[in-house]
Design a protein around this ligand. Sequence first.
Ligand SMILES: [Fe+2]
Ligand SMILES: [Fe+2]
Length: 169
Amino acid sequence: MATTQTSHGILADSQSAAREHVVELLTRAYWMEVETVMSYIAASTNPDGVRAREIVESLEEDVDEELGHARQFAARIKELYGVVPGSLDFTAEQSYLQPPDHQTDIVHVIKGVIEAESGAIEHYNAIIERTEGVDPVTQDMVIAILRDEEGHRRLFEGYLREYEMEGLA
Ligand SMILES: [Fe+2]
Ligand SMILES: [Fe+2]
């Protein structure tokens, strides 16, 4: 008796509701990463001044890393029988990561990055909680991505501390 159905795990027929829910969570994560790529391209290009170099180089690296995250979320959406959305479904949310009035205002950029990373950390923790016992593969993937975001936030918290120490933030 040949069958193409699997009876175990998140791909099982009986799991279609859970799967749709996970795809929704992954789609939100995908958009967050795509918007972060846009914001970090701008934030790594706009700044002026010698003080900005470290931040610029750090964000240039992050652009590639966040793009990698977006691709992983897209691939997982597809694996769960979802469809990666088109650009017309996109709604921007990162008001805090718009270019500052002055391109030497690095503190604005640092704070914006910390807020973006914090938002990702919050959402990814929620995905990890909701996939517990339901979809270990998604959970495992998101745990690895969460570690990257925690690393990003920690790095930029360090930058902010430095500016605060100098009375610049
Ligand atoms: Fe990311
Ligand atoms: Fe990040």
